[in-house]
Design a protein around this ligand. Sequence first.
Ligand code: ZN
Length: 227
Amino acid sequence: MYDAHFHISDELFKEFQLYSLKGICNISNIEEYHQIQSYLNQYFFHTSIGIHPWKADTISFEDMEPLLKQAQFIGEIGLDNTWCDVDMDVQMGVFEKQLQLAQDYHKPVILHIKGMEKEALEILKKYKNIYISHWYSCMDYIEEYDEVMDYFTIGPSVGVDEAVNEVVKKIDSHKLLIESDGIDAIEWAIGSRNYISTLNHSMEVIQKIKNEKIDFDLNFNNLLKRA
Ligand SMILES: [Zn+2]
């Protein structure tokens, strides 16, 4: 089993080790980058590094650039006009610089898009990147995103969020991956802090919606081969 999108947390890493999970940990600043080194000595997991849209006005691209160049994945990066009020021109500038770097260095990109789905789509089409859409939760543009995205990581609100269910219905099974976005996000989405049972539950719900058995590990391994 794996968790395709999470963040640094002692609580999560304990379970991660207990259940021998694989996964991708998202690092959003230089402090986390240094912090993660001690975890990497203890646990095996993959990492992504990116300037989150919420931090686009406080973290400089130039400061992060050396880390981005050596990252396995770039992310999570994107545009958000719903859960933050960071100036959209600033967000777009930082977003495009990271998309360009991802293209130049051939790194897959993990995307956080909220409220800016239409605008982001036009920007994404300009770059030839492997794209992973993280917890897409918009009823619109799912078909358009399907054309551009290589993978969708499905968040813990699957089954209760109609937009997430719609993504699962419309997207081919080989593109679907499981993510928690961390234990705090599980609590935010479904009111529980039960990490492993939430990942298991997401897999069950997705297979029920698709009415087919899905080899989620195979999907994740296929992504890793391209990273
Ligand atoms: Zn996240």
